[in-house]
Design a protein around this ligand. Structure first.
Ligand SMILES: [Ca+2]
Length: 555
């Protein structure tokens, strides 16, 4: 059992103010036991707390009564009561131990047995003492729970202060919603819709939310307000989404709320089975490829094929060789494996990140035997995709010079190569998150090329003025609101980056990129040193790739 800590190089302070969560329909005080929702309370290591007399033990659970607990609600917080003994959990101001107090100790003036529960991630909750402001935790492995945790548990940190209320009897518990977080109760996240679609919301702490969705039209299209929804006292509300009036295919419906300092954006990803065709598929040749010939295009209209070697499959589904350099927290998973992250939907490749399956996906145009699709400068690579914005999502379209030919010749993985990240987009918003909104990163690298390579890499990066702010270049929507094309032209002199055919940055072409074969990768990675938490979207995030194409100038 280890204390879970965040990566040292990153800071992450998501929601400073954990809040009391409504458990409105939960047990009323002194109700008969068969009318009361009964829980076992387990920690992250599947150990259950139990009444051990004056102390609170945690152990493998068993099924005896000492492990069964109910919640009693009071305006000031909740009490956690052992079903069999009637004793309450209580925090001590002067000692770390959690005590068990009998009914007399739960007098109205005594706040030591009051607790605030909040959602940390998915079904995991924090249990905070109203009296001491500290968190119930299961350190220091003495077999007894204590309440000395001063740190706010997050999806990535302080697992020892996280608890799950497992329903073991009585009425089913009501769903929990986090204060100042907008949740969609229906339709399901990442589901298909068609036509007029009712949408049900729960947004505790907000009285009104605004719903927007990017709409087809001339040029870039335009934003549209779908609805302004007034919510009831519990934060519930609904609206109708007229999917028939919006683009066919993947959509991001944005639901935003504000209440004083509290703000939240919920990104409801949907797939519109109906709707209006808009910019789907391969457009005519882009201006940046003038004078070049199309050498590869995939509109994802035919079978999506993968193989690690040979010409049979178009792609490899890991970073070659063998995925040993895969870099996603939710690991890149093969097409032919359980939890396959790939699915062809109409003329899109969907890459799904799933926390339940612990999987996501990457495609590489270069395979394990160094065969595959490459182009040499002067050349142009382009991809049209829509990325998901959730905590830790990291969609990307990027290029590398061929290092696999050297690898299959036995030269290892320390040979020089270049990497050109055309777009690295990081999801998550607010303090502790890298970009989102209209920002993404363009990152050139000159790997294994000594100090000279590092100098060139730094010059190239510094000249790009990252992050790339899409609005600054006249592009009115973001990488997660609607589709965009992301392109890179590599000439012997300059490497130029485009979004929707607008130049967004350039640098002197790195030495290897001038002459080595270049291949492309598209992925929905997660993490990269940043926290990953898709729980508010029930563990799902989808990237949709419309097409990818490659041009090269005739020699
Ligand atoms: Ca397509």
């Amino acid at each position: 059992m280890l204390r879970s800590i965040q990566p040292a190089s990153r800071s992450h302070v998501p929601f400073a103010a954990a809040a009391i969560l409504a458990m409105a329909a939960c047990s009323s005080t002194w109700a008969a036991s068969d009318d009361v929702t009964i829980y076992k309370i387990q920690n992250r290591w599947k150990q259950f707390i139990a009444d051990a007399g004056t102390k609170v033990a945690y152990d493998s659970g068993g099924d005896d009564l000492k492990h069964r607990w109910i919640l009693e609600e009071t305006p000031a917080g909740q009490r956690i009561k052992n079903l069999a003994s009637g004793a309450y959990l209580a925090a001590d101001r002067d000692a770390a131990d959690v005590r068990l107090v009998r009914r007399g100790g739960a007098a109205a003036a005594d706040d030591t047995s009051l607790w605030t529960l909040d959602v940390v991630s998915g079904t995991w909750l924090s249990i905070k003492s109203v009296a001491t402001g500290k968190y119930l935790n299961c350190e220091p492995q003495r077999g007894f729970a204590v309440c000395d945790g001063a740190n706010v548990p997050t999806s990535q940190t302080w697992w020892l202060s996280q608890w799950e209320f497992v329903h073991v009897g009585g009425p089913p518990p009501p769903p929990r919603y986090r204060l100042h977080q907008i949740a969609v109760a229906a339709p399901a996240y990442c589901s298909d819709v068609a036509g007029d679609t009712p949408v049900a919301l729960v947004a505790p702490g907000f009285s009104r939310v605004t719903v927007k969705c990017w709409k087809q039209g001339d040029g870039f299209g335009a934003d549209s307000t779908v609805a302004v929804v007034d919510l009831d006292a519990q934060g519930r509300g609904s609206f109708r989404f007229p999917a028939q009036d919006y683009p066919h295919g993947p959509l991001t419906v944005r639901i935003s709320g504000e209440n004083g300092a509290a703000q939240d954006n919920c990104y409801l990803q949907l797939y519109n089975r109906g709707g209006m065709p808009w910019n789907e598929g391969l457009p005519r040749d882009p201006p940046a490829a003038e004078g070049m010939t199309l050498v590869f295009a995939d509109d994802f209209t035919g079978p999506f094929t993968v193989s690690s070697t040979g010409t049979k499959g178009t792609y490899y589904d890991h970073k070659p060789p063998g995925g040993q350099q895969d870099f996603s927290t939710l690991r890149f998973t093969s097409l032919d494996q359980p939890h396959n992250p790939f699915r062809q939907v109409d003329s899109y490749l969907r890459i799904r990140a799933s926390e339940d399956a612990q999987s996501s996906g990457l495609i590489s145009s270069l395979k394990n035997d160094a065969s595959g699709i490459t182009a040499r400068a002067p050349c142009y690579f382009e991809c049209r995709f829509l990325g998901p914005n959730a905590i830790g999502t990291w969609p990307a379209f990027w290029l590398m010079t061929d290092y696999m030919t050297a690898y299959v010749q036995g030269k290892g993985l320390d040979e020089p190569c270049d990497e050109l990240d055309i777009i690295e987009a990081y999801g998550g918003e607010g303090p502790g998150h890298p970009n989102a909104f209209d920002a993404y990163m363009i990152c050139p690298h000159a790997w294994n090329q000594g100090d000279a390579g590092k100098t060139l890499e730094k010059q190239a990066f510094d000249g790009l003025r990252n992050p790339i702010r899409m609005r600054k270049f006249g592009i009115p929507s973001t990488w997660f609101e609607t589709f965009h094309t992301y392109g890179c032209k590599v000439t012997e002199a300059q490497t130029i980056y485009y979004c929707d055919n607008v130049e967004v940055g350039r640098h002197a072409t790195l030495p290897l990129s001038k002459q080595a074969p270049i291949f492309f990768l598209v992925n929905l990675a997660t993490g990269g040193g940043w926290p990953v938490d898709l729980s508010r979207y029930h563990g799902l995030a989808d990237m949709y790739v419309d097409y990818v194409r490659v041009y090269q100038a005739p020699k």
